[in-house]
Design a protein. Structure first.
Length: 373
């Protein structure tokens, strides 16, 4: 093993394009196109409407999101394009190092370093100078290719599982379209189908080490509530929040900020304190199935309407009145439940794939920690 700094093998690229929409580059990678923890950027947008100066990158370069480093975003690209000043572009001439560094930059050790050295308070940024000072271990030259091949093989298997999960989501969307689009079902505004649409507390609570679970928009992940990262509040504070909103199993929650428009069903009988970034929909259960409502609100049609009503520049958010106006179709309840049963079966298959992906990701991270730290 040998120790080195990033500056020993990489250089920062600062080639810029002043008029990106008229440049020969057609692909744009913004912060929204990174996927936390992934070694390759697979999503991108268009340069068609870009007006401000952008940075150039080429296939094989590595992009690091320098803003909000806690989100852990660094990956290689296999195409040419443009990115914003929120990304650092690294070029590594040596092919062996170029293949392995994306994994070095996805270790906990690197992101701990990035968080410690990022500047700012509201939106911490990592400077290229401090990035280049990062020190790490690499395998000896005679084994670096073997290690890289193993890590990339694991990455290919992970990508296959990600594709399977995405296809399962697409299947649910296709089933929704097949069963409900272009059918003569009555349509109502969401507020006409809910006894109450409200949000959580607008006051930041005094968090505790234990007590009542307190959640926010970040706890909606992939259409479900996640309790992996929660805070706690006292019973007294919960009683105050309860006056504004109280959840019951089956209620639908929607993110008003952060992951805008994302929805999940309350699937626990435990009391939940909600922050203002979450709206709770108290829908008429004699007319709507919760799973059907959740999937309809996740549909492209509903999401387009929601996004059209988003307000704010620095911090974007959805108002309750925008959510209330979303149109919802109401098929017969038995038909809704047929669709809900299909979704539940799909979720079981998806859960199995997600568990396998998590196990593979954990194994890869453990290997990376052993090799690079």
């Amino acid at each position: 093993m040998s120790r080195m700094r990033l500056k020993d093998i990489a250089v920062e690229k600062n080639e810029r394009v002043d008029n990106p929409s008229s440049s020969p580059y057609r692909i744009f990678v913004g912060l929204e196109h990174y996927d936390s923890g992934e070694a390759t950027i697979r999503r991108y947008g268009s340069t068609e409407r870009l007006e401000s100066t952008m940075k150039v990158f080429h296939a094989g370069d590595i992009l690091i999101a320098r803003r909000n480093v806690y989100l852990k975003r660094a990956a290689t690209v296999d195409f040419d394009g443009l990115t914003s000043g929120d990304s650092i572009v690294l070029h590594i001439e040596n092919e062996a190092y170029r293949r392995i560094i994306p994994f070095v930059l996805n270790t906990d050790d690197f992101w701990d370093y990035a968080n410690q050295h990022a500047d700012g308070s509201m939106s911490k940024r990592l400077s290229p100078k401090l990035l280049m000072e990062y020190e790490f271990s690499l395998p000896d030259d005679n084994s670096i290719d073997r290690v890289s091949n193993l890590l990339w093989a694991m990455e290919r298997v992970k990508n296959a599982y990600r594709e399977l999960i995405a296809r399962t989501d697409d299947l649910v969307k296709s089933q929704f379209i097949e069963m409900f689009y272009e059918k003569e079902y009555p349509e109502y505004k969401l507020k006409e189908l809910c006894s109450k649409i409200t949000d959580g507390t607008h006051k930041t609570p005094n968090y505790q080490d234990s007590g009542i679970i307190f959640i926010s928009a970040k706890n909606i992940i992939d259409g479900k509530l996640s309790f992996d990262d929660v805070k706690y509040i006292t019973t007294e504070e919960y009683k105050e929040i309860q006056k504004r909103c109280m959840t019951e199993p089956g209620d639908v929650l929607m993110a008003k900020s952060g992951s805008l428009g994302m929805v999940a069903i309350v699937d626990t009988e435990q009391p939940l304190g909600l922050f203002e970034s979450l709206a709770v929909l108290k829908y008429d259960r004699t007319k709507l199935d919760g799973i059907f409502l959740k999937e309809q609100l996740r549909s492209d049609t509903a999401q387009r309407q929601l996004m059209a009503g988003v307000k704010g520049v620095a911090v974007k958010h959805l108002h309750l009145n925008v959510i209330s106006e979303v149109p919802v179709i109401v098929p017969p309840l038995d038909v809704q439940r047929q669709f809900a049963a299909f979704v539940e079966q799909s979720d079981k298959s998806k859960f199995t794939a997600q568990q396998t992906l998590k196990e593979l990701t954990d194994a890869q991270k453990a290997l990376m920690k052993k090799i690079f730290e």
